[in-house]
Design a protein around this ligand. Sequence first.
Ligand code: ZN
Length: 465
Amino acid sequence: MVTVTSYGAAQTVTGSCHLLKIGSIKILIDCGMFQGNGGEDRNYGPFDFDPSKVNYLILTHAHLDHIGRVPKLVKDGFNGTIIATNATLDIAKIMLLDSASILQEEYKTIRRKARRRGEEKSILEPLYTKEDVKEVFAKTWCTLEYFEEHKLKQHVRVSFGNAGHIMGSAFVMIDYQEENQHKRIVFSGDLGSPERLIIDGPDNIGEADSLFIESTYGDRKHKPLEESIAEFKEVVASTLKHNGSVLIPSFALERTQEILWLLHGMHDNGELPKCRIFLDSPLAIKATKLYNRYPIHLSDELEYSTGSGKDPFSFAWLEPSTTREQSMSINRVKEKCIIIAGSGMCNGGRIMHHLKHRLWNKKNAIVFVGYQVPGTLGRSIVDGEKMIKIYGEDIAVKAKIYTINGFSAHADQSELIGWMRPIEGIKHLCLIHGETEKMEVFADAIKRDLGHESHIMAYGVSVKL
Ligand code: ZN
């Protein structure tokens, strides 16, 4: 018998974790962190399955909402094989180490405050430490190229296709025999649009008996990428021409590399007024090095550039800034400049001190290039807040605020349906990784365009395939 149970990303977009049982084999697809809306506490509870009984952990990509609970899974007894693409393995290392140091810092701050209230005993230890992360990479790993097949126990086979979401991202195909018939289950992971800036769009698959598909933007249509690129270039160039500086709060993975590639192009084409450009994020600097390590995962244009000895993400005016001192010294730069720093939603990180120093000046521009979750400082700024607090100080929002949303790493409704259209033989279609209302809209669109009924997965409820 084959069953799938969701232990995360069921009617929500974080905490991805799905347990597949084929006969006696237990395969976990992703083990992500719950994030936002106060859901972080869920990460600390015990797993609702026994990690020591799981034989394989398959990782679709290295975003924390897909890998963030792996160190806890290992701490709680998982001792099987971890299967991922080689790029996902390398990115997972830097992401989990960075996450461990953030958890450690948060723990110290919470403990210090609790001590002052005399409540120290009630404070939970960090979810995991750097030592726990090292344990993850001491486990048996099996890395696969796209469409390379790996045999598990009992003739079950696993392979990946490019999901076009971030570098190394994959959808998972699991092939097995049932009553002498070949069957295939596919987990989409997070799927990108067909048109991406620096990586290729998702691969096609021929057939699937059961499909578990993400629904993040199952209810909407994105702006075309070309429009967003033009808008980005216009905003950056015109701000600099008027002697303003440009602040770009950016995610370390994929979005930063896309922005660097665009600025590199503007620089080479003479579209960029002379200025200093700071990449002020140690994590983004590390991630960018990995993008250069796997040219095979980049789009043809970038792969060609890397192949001819050029670094697509580096050019003369770019100054990577790693140390705290380098970061602080940017505050003393008086001439116009571009600053790319995390976090992407301004809920911490080096972008905070840059906002403090430049948000009040109407010559400057803040360019948001990613989704801002409600409750974050980034969202307040985007929503038109006139005065914000940074490090306890009131800062007036006088800089021009731009939101450019067409760089999304997730396919929209028509792109998701376009990816599903050629797939033959679908008998079970299950929606995961989305908010309930969006999933309902997506289910209706699937019925309308493809004629399939779909099932919205719920936490802890198993479906039989
Ligand atoms: Zn993702």
